[in-house]
Design a protein around this ligand. Structure first.
Ligand SMILES: *[C@@H]1O[C@H](CO)[C@@H](O)[C@H](O)[C@H]1NC(C)=O
Ligand SMILES: *[C@@H]1O[C@H](CO)[C@@H](O)[C@H](O)[C@H]1NC(C)=O
Ligand SMILES: *[C@@H]1O[C@H](CO)[C@@H](O)[C@H](O)[C@H]1NC(C)=O
Ligand SMILES: *[C@@H]1O[C@H](CO)[C@@H](O)[C@H](O)[C@H]1NC(C)=O
Ligand SMILES: *[C@@H]1O[C@H](CO)[C@@H](O)[C@H](O)[C@H]1NC(C)=O
Ligand SMILES: *[C@@H]1O[C@H](CO)[C@@H](O)[C@H](O)[C@H]1NC(C)=O
Ligand SMILES: *[C@@H]1O[C@H](CO)[C@@H](O)[C@H](O)[C@H]1NC(C)=O
Ligand SMILES: *[C@@H]1O[C@H](CO)[C@@H](O)[C@H](O)[C@H]1NC(C)=O
Ligand SMILES: *[C@@H]1O[C@H](CO)[C@@H](O)[C@H](O)[C@H]1NC(C)=O
Ligand SMILES: *[C@@H]1O[C@H](CO)[C@@H](O)[C@H](O)[C@H]1NC(C)=O
Ligand SMILES: *[C@@H]1O[C@H](CO)[C@@H](O)[C@H](O)[C@H]1NC(C)=O
Ligand SMILES: CC(=O)N[C@H]1CO[C@H](CO)[C@@H](O)[C@@H]1O
Length: 591
């Protein structure tokens, strides 16, 4: 019996039994002898000494069950001869007076009297003879087997890369009868010998160990026990993990460790007398454990406001390690079983839902489903500003601000603008974004926004168009066309510039032959051309072309709204001799 028990048997009219008052015995009966007649009332006090985990009376009548007291009274109003009574205590494992041989017997092993009050160790197994004292004396040979629970020692063995840290080391020895709370480990020891069961639960010490991604890690678990313990492991099982049980030792090998191997590994060793376990945690520096959950189609759903919604499903490919799985909405409400979520596209405040799951070796982990509702703008408008003044499309060269106004768009955080000059888009260096009555990063509802950029307008921009187009910086909606502004026509006015390459100076004229002076000028509006002679004043010309026959200083003047440009040409006369000579040469060569 596990329990140290004292028997009191009651027989009517006879002195029947004596409880031996062993000084080591932690149970005291009062009275120690009971003499009673059939039908008499009987009352017995039982007192426990020292630490224990409950006491009680076992009896065919008025039994008490196990109670956490030190003193108990058993009584019947009318005793009958068949009554058997037993006072017992469930000893605490720390009470050295127990897991010892029965107190009222003399034990002899190999001719030596054994001090039966000492705890047994497994070396004490063997054949004992026992002399029981009492009214008569008896002798019997008894085979004493010492049963003990599994003892666990585990170590982490790294067939790994150099510099890998080795920090896991644990050895737990558990010996029935000698257990202290210092024997760390998250294990429950169930010592069971006979009818009673003693249970002790101890706290865990979890050892952390670092591994290097891509290396191989071995976890060794060995336990002693009689009978030899069987092993099992609890961890997040992946294809690169294998268990090898060999010669009383269990080795878990992780090949080419990945972040999925981060987690806790519990080795359980058990035999019929109990189970012990030890947990080691594997970590790797700079990497987080992967949560083996997938949200389909993606962890982010981008849906058009007030459109037909879509379904999001949470799944795992690791069903063998899965313990539970459910959706938790942002109010904390849990939807289990149903693993689909259909966001409400009419609710701007649709908040993220979280898929949470429990896995062996990982515990709870989660993936978040972000829901982004977008809205195409009602309108997009472009304008030109100079300072605080908004202009029509007639402008001069200089610094201007292009302003793109977008109404009723969402979400502000992802809105941006494509700028176009003609049909070609351009990327300004700096764009100022503002949002009317909203917080760009936070507001989810539709808002009005303004995008501005400064441009330097020059004459090459004349008759070009500027426009802007709203866009959302969300990969999911890249293919969706958003409204663009109507194009803004630009007219750039600039002062005339005379094309001097066609008016080299001086110009020779041969007497009697007219020479054309051609004055061309660029400018917007189109410049007006006038020719002046230093001698005769303004001259007639045809669209800038002035025929000259006489020498002199001629001036071309180009004028428009914005300004004017002028260019002087000197005309000189050449003699006839040169002309004749030239004609002869030409005639000879044409022959
Ligand atoms: C048993 O204990 C009670 C107190 O719990 C006491 O009153 C009573 O006298 C005791 N009986 C005997 C026989 O000692
Ligand atoms: C014990 O049992 C008797 C019947 O034998 C009953 O009358 C009595 O009340 C019981 N006493 C207690 C203390 O329960
Ligand atoms: C690790 O295992 C190797 C061979 O398997 C062995 O030689 C070595 O002693 C072990 N190291 C530890 C710390 O257990
Ligand atoms: C328990 O074990 C410890 C260490 O092994 C030893 O010092 C102690 O004496 C043992 N206690 C008993 C009651 O056997
Ligand atoms: C781990 O998974 C493999 C197959 O991937 C399987 O054979 C093995 O039994 C699993 N181990 C545990 C402890 O579940
Ligand atoms: C380890 O895993 C990585 C990535 O999965 C792979 O590229 C590599 O070949 C593996 N190494 C071994 C030895 O299996
Ligand atoms: C929005 O967020 C960005 C970066 O996250 C930050 O730089 C900016 O200051 C925020 N704007 C507002 C208005 O909070
Ligand atoms: C545009 O220029 C004005 C002053 O000319 C300046 O205040 C403003 O910040 C500029 N805007 C951008 C986006 O550079
Ligand atoms: C006019 O501006 C464009 C850029 O907008 C620039 O590439 C070009 O060189 C400028 N032309 C002149 C004449 O300044
Ligand atoms: C956008 O269109 C391209 C080509 O048509 C396609 O390959 C891509 O998958 C589309 N993207 C989305 C998010 O629909
Ligand atoms: C802009 O110019 C184009 C031709 O270049 C013309 O067809 C269009 O009507 C103009 N738009 C405005 C608003 O003046
Ligand atoms: C792995 C395991 O079973 N751990 C347990 C160890 O004991 C503590 C305290 O009782 C529990 O909270 C752990 O869950």
């Amino acid at each position: 019996m596990t329990n140290t028990s004292l028997f009191v048997q009651l027989f009517v009219g006879f002195l029947l039994s004596v409880a031996l008052a062993d000084s080591n015995c932690p149970i005291k009966l009062d009275p120690t002898k009971v003499v009673a007649k059939h039908g008499d009332p009987v009352s017995i006090n039982c007192t426990a000494e020292g630490e224990h985990e409950g006491m009680g009376f076992e009896a065919s009548e008025n039994g008490t069950g196990t109670i956490m007291v030190n003193h108990l009274t058993w009584s019947v109003t009318s005793v009958d001869p068949s009554i058997a009574v037993l006072c017992y205590i469930t000893p605490s494992l720390g009470n050295s007076a127990f897991k010892a041989l029965t107190l009222f017997c003399t034990w002899v092993k190999n001719g030596q009297k054994i001090n039966s009050s000492l705890p047994l160790s497994r070396e004490d197994a063997g054949i004992y003879s026992v002399e029981a004292e009492g009214l008569s004396s008896r002798e019997k040979n008894v085979s004493v087997r010492i049963l003990y629970g599994p003892e666990l020692s585990c170590s982490s063995n790294y067939t790994a890369l150099e510099h890998s840290k080795f920090s896991l080391s644990c050895t737990v020895g558990v010996d029935l009868g000698n257990i202290t709370r210092d024997d760390a480990g998250n294990y429950t020891l169930v010592a069971s010998t006979g009818q009673q069961t003693v249970t002790q639960t101890f706290e865990v010490i979890v050892h952390y160990s670092n591994f290097i991604l891509g290396s191989s890690v071995s976890l060794k678990c060995s336990a002693r026990g009689n009978p030899r313990p069987k092993y099992s492991w609890i961890y997040y099982n992946t294809t690169n993990v294998s268990e090898e049980n060999d010669d009383g030792v269990s080795i878990l090998v992780i090949h080419n460790a990945t972040t999925f191997n981060i987690g806790s590994y519990t080795c359980l060793a058990s035999n019929e007398h109990g189970t012990v376990s030890k947990t080691a945690r594997l970590t790797t520096e700079g990497a987080q454990q992967e949560c083996p959950l997938q949200i389909i189609p993606a962890e982010r759903m981008v849906l058009e406001y007030n459109s037909e919604s879509k379904r999001a499903t949470c799944t795992t490919s690791s069903t063998e390690n899965l313990k539970e799985i459910y959706w938790r909405d942002n109010g904390g409400h849990i939807t289990s079983g149903l693993l689909d979520i259909i966001p409400d596209t009419r609710n701007w405040d649709a908040k993220p839902a979280v898929c949470e799951a429990g896995f062996k070796g990982i515990g709870l982990c989660s993936k978040r489903l972000d829901i982004i509702l977008y809205k195409k703008p009602d309108s997009v408008f472009i304008r030109i500003q100079r300072g605080s003044e908004t202009l029509e499309d007639f402008i001069q060269e200089g610094e201007y601000t292009l302003n793109c106004l977008i109404t009723s768009v969402a979400p502000a955080k992802y809105v941006w603008v494509r700028w176009f000059r003609g049909n070609e888009s351009f990327t300004p260096q700096k764009v100022h974004v503002s949002c009317i009555e909203c917080d760009i990063n936070e507001t989810r509802t539709s808002v009005n926004m303004s995008f501005s950029t400064n441009i330097t307008v020059n004459r090459t921009h004349n008759e070009m168009t500027f426009s802007c187009e709203a866009a959302l910086n969300l990969s999911e909606v890249q293919n969706i066309t958003f409204p663009a502004s109507r194009p803004l026509n630009t007219t750039v006015y600039y002062e005339p510039v005379i094309n001097t390459t066609k008016l080299s100076s001086p110009v020779p004229v041969f007497s009697g032959y007219a020479e054309d002076l051609k004055c061309e000028a660029e400018g917007n509006p189109r410049p007006k051309i006038t020719w002046n002679s230093s001698l005769t004043g303004p001259l007639e010309h045809s669209d800038g072309v002035l025929p000259v026959t006489q020498k002199g200083l001629y001036t071309c003047i180009a004028t428009n709204l914005i300004g004017s440009d002028f260019h002087k040409v000197e005309v000189i006369e050449k003699g006839k001799t040169i002309l004749l000579l030239l004609m002869l040469v030409l005639m000879n060569s044409s022959r």
